[in-house]
Design a protein around this ligand. Structure first.
Ligand SMILES: [Zn+2]
Length: 308
């Protein structure tokens, strides 16, 4: 079965200032890489639709959603937190980013595609139930997980987050919900500082010290994440695919390379085949060195396509 790529040009119009690392050029870098990769013939392209209010409400507090719609500027820029701004296009970008993740769930559940990748922004995994945080407005992956549960009646959804930052927003939303297993690897201590002392049955946090390389990353994943996912037997695997743990990404200090992203992707493809009929929906989170981001995304997609 084919790989679906779901995006929307509106995601490129969201801007938070020239010096902000979470910039539209990230999506251009990915698209340029895909154009040169020869993979285009193997993927199916879809245009994301907007997330609905009901889908947002499954993951976020109603008052926070109202706030985002109220403060979204018609001109200029406003800041939701110290790192997260909205320009006149940001609300639509956030609606389409979350909408892409929801559409991804629909496409894999309908059997139209085997796996999905959503190159979207803003990212989502720091957005908490009641607030924006760390470049994120809506929790794209948590919204997708609840869509799978509420609309498709799934009983077990696994989320694997290999972004270099702890998926604190996803954790805030799904903590204690045993229909969802969240596994998050992250540099620690580091932004946002959470995760190392979480003690909740459905959360598997894997704090990694600065300087951790691919060998240690794989060992920790093999020991702590992959067996838990297999035991959980998810009917769908969602990936918070951040590529900022790459050694060339200077926002953080881990030392992964493209082959490490290919490896974890292959492992998740195998687990998805065991219990989820292969269904994977992967959503872009971080990744700020444009070249490393683009080549890591290519490695991730090649692994899903079994073309590496
Ligand atoms: Zn990150």
């Amino acid at each position: 079965m084919t790989l679906g790529i779901i995006s929307n040009t509106r995601c490129k119009l969201h801007e938070m200032g020239d010096s902000h690392p979470e910039q539209p050029a990230r999506l251009d870098a990915i698209e340029d890489q895909l154009a040169d990769s020869g993979l285009e013939a193997l993927v199916s392209r879809y245009k994301a639709t907007r997330v609905t209010r009901e889908q947002l409400l499954a993951a976020h507090d109603a008052r926070y959603i109202e706030l985002v719609y109220e403060v979204a500027p018609k001109e200029g820029m406003i800041w939701l937190d110290g790192d997260t701004a909205m320009n006149p296009h940001s609300l639509a970008a956030a609606e389409y980013a979350a909408g892409a993740a929801v559409m991804g769930v629909d496409l894999v559940m309908q059997g139209e595609v085997g796996q999905v990748f959503c190159p979207v922004r803003p990212p989502g995994h720091h957005a908490v139930k009641r607030g924006a945080m760390g470049f994120c407005i809506f929790s794209n992956v948590a919204i997708a997980a609840y869509h799978a549960i509420n609309h498709w009646q799934l009983e077990r959804v696994a989320i694997v987050d290999f972004d270099v930052h702890h998926g604190n927003g996803t954790e805030d939303i799904v903590s204690g919900d045993d229909r969802i297993l969240l596994c998050s690897s992250f540099q620690h201590p580091f932004y946002p500082g959470t995760g190392a002392d979480t003690n909740v049955p459905n959360i598997v946090n894997m704090p990694l010290p600065a300087g951790t390389d691919g060998a240690t990353f794989r060992k920790v994943m093999k020991e702590q994440c992959l067996p838990r996912v297999q035991q959980f037997a998810p009917q769908l695997i969602l990936i918070s695919a951040g590529f900022d743990a790459h050694r060339a990404d200077h926002l953080a200090m881990l030392n992964l390379v493209e082959e490490d992203y290919a490896w974890i992707t292959r492992e998740l493809v195998q687990l998805a085949a065991l219990s989820a009929e292969g269904r994977i929906v992967s959503c872009l989170e971080g990744g700020y060195n444009l070249q490393a981001l683009a080549s890591s995304v290519e490695a991730h997609l090649r692994a899903m396509l079994d073309q590496d």
